[in-house]
Design a protein around this ligand. Structure first.
Ligand SMILES: NC(=O)c1ccc[n+]([C@@H]2O[C@H](COP(=O)([O-])OP(=O)(O)OC[C@H]3O[C@@H](n4cnc5c(N)ncnc54)[C@H](O)[C@@H]3O)[C@@H](O)[C@H]2O)c1
Length: 270
């Protein structure tokens, strides 16, 4: 069902890899709500070809961009302005990559070169996108930027490894840049802290099955799905949430405020 919440708005969606991606579902919902979109992902992700299916469905151009490259981000922002004939109203940053996890390196023995790359792709890329967008004046007044994060930024989930540090940094960048962009152009910047979700990035975390089931049992509403997350993104891109900025917003079925649930107690007593 569409409420036309994004009618007349234009947005850039980073990170739609396949149909399970949170960015993929968000692109579909934004399109349903009347937004015009531009899709982007890393060139290596694009070679898998999936994104073209989404592009055809939501009638959007696709521009490759490795977010760790200044040139790629500048090229994307310039092309987006050309395509839309001006600035955008929203941006979704739905990007995560841990090189140490991928290489099987334990948190206590990380390679710092890999770690620098992880922090750059997963966190400082938000700064890079915002800094270049600000310089090029590519986000309209009262625009909205959302980045996706996880509660491992606040609490320890041992197998989340260096991504926990990356998410802390990402949330901090959203707050810090949120101040400057609000003061300059009323642009708001928030992070959504999402429940564990079955996607390529999510399933890369060791012990993911146990992880997602535990979260389900520890959340009074259950885990929030990728579709739920897409709906939440739509509200944050809409004018209904104009005064929300510099926040880390938990979208987790109540997990973050729950000490224990009846279901978990019952299991422990067996
Ligand atoms: N899946 C979960 O359990 C979960 C929970 C909370 C938060 N998140 C966050 O949600 C976001 C989206 O992840 P997802 O779960 O949809 O998985 P996903 O694997 O579908 O998406 C991750 C995306 O990051 C992109 N990416 C990686 N390196 C890049 C680079 N150098 N340049 C540009 N793009 C690059 C990938 O191509 C991919 O499209 C991530 O920030 C993730 O950490 C996921």
């Amino acid at each position: 069902m569409s409420y036309n919440l994004l009618k007349g708005k234009k947005g850039i969606i980073f990170g739609a890899l396949d149909e399970n991606s949170i960015a993929w579902k968000t692109a579909l919902r934004c399109h349903e709500e009347g937004a015009e979109l531009l899709l982007t992902n890393a060139p290596v992700a694009m070679r898998m070809g999936e994104i073209n299916k989404l592009a055809a469905t939501v009638n959007a151009p696709v521009i490759p961009c490795d977010v760790s490259s200044n040139e790629d981000v500048l090229n994307l922002i310039v092309k987006a302005k050309e395509h839309f004939g001006g600035g955008v109203d929203f941006i979704l940053h739905s990007i995560g990559m841990s090189i140490n996890m991928r290489k099987g390196k334990h948190y206590t023995e990380i390679d710092y070169g890999f770690n620098a790359k992880t922090l750059d792709i997963s966190a400082m890329s938000l700064h890079r996108v915002l800094a270049i967008a600000m310089k090029e004046d590519a986000i309209n007044e009262w625009g909205s930027v959302v980045a996706l994060t996880y509660i491992a930024a606040q609490r320890v989930f041992p197998d989340y490894s260096e991504m926990a540090d990356a998410k802390s940094l990402l949330e901090s960048v959203a707050r810090s840049f949120g101040y400057h962009y609000a003061a300059k152009k009323h642009v708001r910047i928030n992070t959504i802290s999402q429940s564990p979700t079955r996607t390529t990035a999510g399933s890369g975390v060791k012990g993911f099955d146990g992880f997602i089931t535990y979260a389900e049992k520890m959340s009074p509403l259950g885990n929030a799905s990728a579709d739920d997350c897409a709906n939440y993104c739509v509200t944050l891109f809409s004018d209904m949430t104009k005064m929300v900025t510099m926040q880390n917003l938990f979208h987790d079925g109540g997990f973050s405020s729950t000490g224990v649930t009846g279901e978990v107690i019952e299991k422990m007593e067996k």
